[in-house]
Unconditional design. Structure first.
Length: 160
């Protein structure tokens, strides 16, 4: 039950933060928290969660914020595969989880910007990519630390 509450809170935060911060740069807000993507790093436990988290996150997040379900299905499938691989390799410590969060956010944004630039027939602009990640990194770290203490776990290496 705690998983679903955190997931719902993450989705709400993803909608509130960009609306509160009105500053933007080339239609990219300073803070795009991607709390739903960050929460997947902490919510993913085992193989049973994979399909459930994939469908929930891609349907809800995709319909609310991306407005393209196909893109959302692809993004969240790749992200959950990355999370699954990282959980097999590393134990759950605060530093490792924060590194996983940064890696997942970078991959998510890279795939999103790449596909978006193909759809819009625009060039991939690295400056916008790094600008978006750097301006939301502090919030992502704080949210990741909070989720680490909300979901204390045993070593993920031993769960497989």
């Amino acid at each position: 039950m705690k998983k679903y509450i955190v997931f719902l809170i993450s989705i709400i935060i993803d909608g509130l933060i960009p609306n509160i911060t009105l500053f933007n740069f080339n239609n990219i807000t300073y803070f795009t928290p991607l709390c739903t993507v960050v929460s997947l790093v902490f919510l993913y436990n085992d193989r049973k969660d994979f399909i459930k988290l994939w469908l929930m996150s891609s349907l809800i997040y995709g319909s609310l914020y991306i407005h393209n379900l196909f893109l959302s299905f692809i993004l969240f499938f790749v992200i959950l595969l990355v999370i699954k691989g990282l959980k097999r390799l590393f134990t759950d410590t605060l530093i490792i989880n924060l590194i996983e969060v940064i890696l997942v956010i970078c991959i998510y944004d890279f795939i999103f910007f790449s596909i978006h630039s193909l759809i819009v027939v625009n060039h991939f602009i690295w400056k916008n990519y790094f600008y978006k990640i750097l301006h939301s990194i502090i919030f992502i770290f704080i949210y990741g630390i909070i989720l680490f203490f909300v979901f204390p776990k045993k070593s993920s290496k031993l769960n497989y």
